[in-house]
Design a protein around this ligand. Structure first.
Ligand code: RAM
Length: 339
């Protein structure tokens, strides 16, 4: 669009500038197939591959949507910024982002918005200035507190614990970790001590090395919370390899497909998670209805999302999908084939 305007002359250029100043260029035409970029933290993460499958399912149901699945090879803001700029150049209509950095992505996300692209975030938020709606899988406080409660029960409310997270700038993990710290101030956890927070960057080998580093630095360590699917699976492998099953307890946010064997072997008594397929599915429905003008991005909006039903937009334009589900030895195998 911009190219044509420049060719046509100054008057049109000025009117385009006025449209952009208002924050929106023209939306898609009714008969346009909507091209939506699903921009994930990094490629090679099964959690996001499940979200991609859900996004494709939504696109197939809607019929007039094409999903472009993209992500950097490692979870960095820089990698995502490059991809946002390339999606702008490709002229996509929408981008749904799981962010590696709440603030660092804002300028690029705003460039996309100024080019008329609908930007939402899902899973891991972009700051409010750089997106319309954020789709959270669950409530941050609930996630943080329930992870602390899970490890507390495993270690009888006593001893050293550590957190093995994703990247140090990940919006979602950082929000959950803040709630874990708050929860740990409750009197029932007075005999538990958080000794360290380390970052495996959602890379399996790095997470494994960080887990082994924790065992070496803290010989009395009793438990690890790993609120990342990549981290928790790598930590389980490290606990098993080092012969520490029962000595170092483990909980976190894990994919049943990656954690089933470890949970059945007692490496972890339980992990929690939501359905990543539904998350990708809902992200596409939300972006779609915003682009088609069927709903406004405002608190109180209700967005129909196919088989999931209605999604309600709350304060701060955050919509919450549901509650995390706990997987233990009694039920994890059932889900292992799904995600
Ligand atoms: C990893 C990613 C993702 C997070 C899950 C729990 O796959 O960090 O953002 O939601 O774990």
């Amino acid at each position: 669009m911009v190219r044509k305007i420049v060719a046509t002359g100054l008057v049109l250029l000025m009117s385009a500038a006025m449209v952009f100043a208002a924050g929106r260029a023209e939306g898609p035409a009714d008969d346009d197939t909507l091209r939506i970029g699903l921009l994930v933290k990094s490629l090679g993460n099964s959690f996001f591959e499940a979200a991609r499958d859900g996004a494709m399912e939504a696109a197939a149901e809607l019929g007039d949507v094409e999903v472009i699945y993209q992500g950097p090879s490692t979870p960095t803001a820089e990698g995502q910024i490059e991809i946002i700029d390339s999606l702008i150049a490709q002229g996509v209509h929408g981008i749904a982002i799981s962010s590696n950095d709440e603030n660092a992505l804002v300028p690029a996300a705003q460039r996309a918005q100024r080019a008329g692209i609908e930007v939402i975030s899902f899973d891991s938020a972009v700051a409010a200035d750089g997106r319309s709606i954020h789709l959270a899988p669950s409530d941050d406080e609930l996630i943080g507190r329930s992870q602390v409660q899970a490890i507390a029960e495993m270690i009888d409310y006593e001893g050293q614990i550590a957190i093995l997270s994703a990247s140090s700038t990940a919006t979602n993990q950082n929000a959950w970790i803040e709630w874990m710290r708050t929860a740990l101030e409750e009197p029932e956890y007075a005999n538990m001590e958080l000794v360290d927070v380390v970052y495996g960057d959602d890379l399996s080998d790095q997470s494994y090395r960080e887990a082994v580093g924790l065992f070496n630095s803290y010989p009395d360590l009793r438990g690890i919370i790993s609120p990342t699917t990549v981290g928790v699976a790598a930590t389980a492998r490290a606990i098993q390899d080092e012969g520490l099953v029962g000595q170092v307890e483990l909980t976190g946010l894990g994919l049943p497909s990656e954690m089933s064997q470890y949970v059945q072997d007692g490496v972890s008594q339980n992990v929690a998670l939501w359905n990543p397929i539904d998350l990708g599915y809902a992200a596409i429905y939300i972006t779609y209805h915003l682009l088609r003008g069927n709903v406004e991005a405002e608190a109180g909006a209700v967005i129909p999302a196919g088989r999931i039903g209605d999604i309600r937009v709350g304060e701060g334009l955050v919509a919450v999908l549901g509650e995390p589900f706990v997987f233990d030895a009694s039920n994890i195998a059932e889900f292992a084939d799904i995600y």
